[in-house]
Ligand binder design. Structure first.
Ligand SMILES: *Cc1c(COP(=O)(O)O)cnc(C)c1O
Length: 380
């Protein structure tokens, strides 16, 4: 189904940058630069500078960035890692797949880790915490860092949705032992397939992830130091990401402008909770524009009927997916969020006209849907 207002628009993204992207790809292909060449290292250098860390190591996905960072930090069987349940499943799967135990805590109304809940969950087994800076908003990294430091807990920031978000003077992905980014096509810096990176100031973490991502091999000596994986960031993709990176600050400004337009258009609708929170030093990058309503399902159906594509991240809590074998941690805010959130169209390509269409559809919904229907829905 072709939407009048798509959630994201990868074709338009490509059209806008076509000469640049095509020449980056052609360069690699005509020079035979296909694996682990200067394009990868150039991109890593520029990404590290953008995030404000010493090292960036490109890997095949955000998931692998998490898994390899956990392995590089020697986290495995017998260890607990605290994170949130309200995250993309990859955060939790990386913990499980290295043999550690995920301990899930609740989020605050801004969808990010409750620092007090993190502190309360720490035990002797706790080796690390993965705060997830969701939707392009940084977690409260000052509180999380000071609690973690007081208990000798390693901090690995999942900044897959927060490239360019800021906390104080620092960017997401620059806190703690390491941070991770994702270049999945819907994210701030979109790839043409999946990709990811580890960002860190720790030379040992950078060295180990570099070995682990390429079968454990030290490329200079030929020595295999670990049982690694084939998990390099693709070289052709690196060259495209490197060509796009200079546009990222402009794209983030655009997202902020779109978020402000949504705010102006929707703030009088009292049923809606908009993603504009008290600033505790955060500057949001609006990876997603998430609104919350008690009538989410009716509202979403209406938006769809108006040709507006929306997504729900995530319709049920992660522990209700039986196959994952997670215990129900009893997290009321996470549970409530799953039933109430919907993400509106938001990307570097979203236009003011599209926001107007979305805003009009919202007003139409609240005007035309009778009170009876709304309260019937609420009592379900
Ligand atoms: C996208 C995402 C990941 C994983 O990234 P991939 O590149 O898709 O593997 C991890 N955590 C969060 C919060 C994400 O949104």
């Amino acid at each position: 189904m072709a939407f009048q207002v798509p959630f994201v628009d990868p074709r338009k993204h490509y059209r806008n940058l076509k000469p640049l992207i095509d020449s980056a790809i052609e360069d690699c292909l005509s020079n035979g630069d296909l694996i682990d060449r200067h394009q990868l290292r150039d991109f890593e250098k520029h990404l590290a500078a953008f995030v404000g860390v010493k090292f960036a190591v490109g890997v095949s996905s955000g998931y692998h960035a998490l898994e390899l960072t956990l392995r590089a930090a020697e986290i495995g069987p017998g260890d607990d890692v605290i994170t949130v349940a309200h995250t993309f499943v990859a955060t939790i799967s990386a913990i499980v797949n290295v043999g550690a135990r995920p301990v899930l805590v609740d989020v605050l109304s801004d969808y990010n880790m409750d620092p007090a809940a993190f502190g309360a969950a720490i035990t002797k087994r706790t080796k690390a915490v993965i705060p997830v800076s969701l939707n392009g908003r940084s977690c409260q990294m000052d509180r999380i860092m000071s609690i973690a430091n007081a208990h000798n807990v390693k901090v690995i920031e999942d900044a897959a949705q927060a490239l360019g978000a800021e906390f104080g003077q620092k960017k997401s992905g620059s806190f703690g032992l390491a941070g991770i980014s994702s270049f999945y096509p819907f994210k701030q810096l979109p790839g043409f397939g999946d990709g990811g990176a580890v960002t860190t100031n720790d030379p040992e973490i950078a060295r180990r992830v570099r070995l682990l991502r390429y079968n454990g091999e030290d490329r200079e000596s030929g020595e295999y130091h670990f049982h690694g994986i084939s998990g390099l960031l693709d070289n052709v993709l690196s060259s495209v990401l490197d060509a796009k990176l200079p546009f990222l600050p402009k794209w983030i400004e655009h997202r902020r402008a779109i978020a402000n337009l949504y705010r102006e258009g929707l703030q009088d609708l009292t049923d809606l909770q908009l993603p504009h929170f008290e600033e505790k030093n955060q500057r949001d990058a609006y990876q997603n524009y998430v609104v919350r309503s008690k009538h989410r399902d009716l509202l979403r159906a209406h938006l769809t009927s108006c040709g507006i594509e929306t997504l729900v991240h995530w319709p049920k809590p992660v522990w209700r997916h039986r196959g994952l074998g997670l215990e129900n941690p009893g997290l009321p805010e996470t549970e409530k969020i799953c039933g109430e959130v919907v993400s509106l169209p938001m990307s570097a390509e979203t236009t003011e006209d599209q926001v107007e269409i979305v805003v009009a559809a919202f007003h139409d919904f609240y005007r035309s849907t009778s009170r009876v229907a709304l309260s019937a829905n609420q009592s379900l």
